[in-house]
Design a protein around this ligand. Sequence first.
Ligand code: LHQ
Length: 258
Amino acid sequence: MTILVESFAGYRQVTLNRPERLNALTVEMAAALSAALDEAAADDNCRAVLLTGAGRGFCAGQDLTAIVDATPTDLGRLLDHYHPLILKLRALPMPVVCAVNGVAAGAGANLALACDIVLAARSASFVEAFARIALIPDCGGTWFLPRLVGTARARALAMLAEPLPAATAAEWGLIWQAVEDDRLMAEAQALAARLASQATAALALMKRALDAAATNPLDRQLDLERDLQAEAGASPDHREGVRAFLDKRPPAFTGRPR
Ligand code: LHQ
């Protein structure tokens, strides 16, 4: 099984599982990951996803053994398998936590950056490895990098293809936090469980608003905030949140939009 899925209270943990190849991606793996996300979205009891990798790496990007003889058309077709996955992660109506347990290279680095909150083990690193094989960052790399770290750092990361240690990635704002290696999974699981107890429908609307902000002018973004706020405000969780505040007790959210 190239992908392992485990269910915990409120969330699913999805593990990339080709450790002998540092979880390098194949088309089959992308299909399995996509199916795991669909299943998470269809499960009312699943309110967050935690993505990680088995073994010493998170993901080494495209499995290069599969593209040695690829034509330019083949490369484009391969991305037709991966790019919908990036969009699916962004649009998944629940938060996705990524626990980067080791090196994240090429499409593997950008797969991590597509997640909502990224934690990385201190020993992990991010490598936009594409330039080493005369390719450009794909799987959203050219979109995520400048937005997360600014164009100066984005250009150097892409062109130099040097490993960026987890601590620097956190310092630069590429990821949320770098944590001690032996604390990574406990911290990531606690974060996923905490997110799973929050108002899931509101978090899903938040994802939409934040992604739209990347391209919207301010006036259109304000209109979108108004419309999405009306949706969020119609949820039972909004009423519960306000009541819980006034009652001075923790809220008990259902996660549902209605
Ligand atoms: C691998 C891989 C790998 C196969 C390690 N494939 N075996 C582009 C084109 C079109 C469509 C699809 O998408 C893409 C997007 C991309 O992702 S292109 C970029 C592809 N990725 C890379 O170029 C990274 C290649 N890997 C590396 O540079 C290094 O392995 C890193 C920096 C990730 C880790 O280095 P080390 O920690 O020194 O590990 P290693 O190199 O010794 O790797 C361990 C094993 O995993 C090794 O196999 P072996 O049999 O010798 O133990 C590697 O051959 C294998 N492996 N990455 N992508």
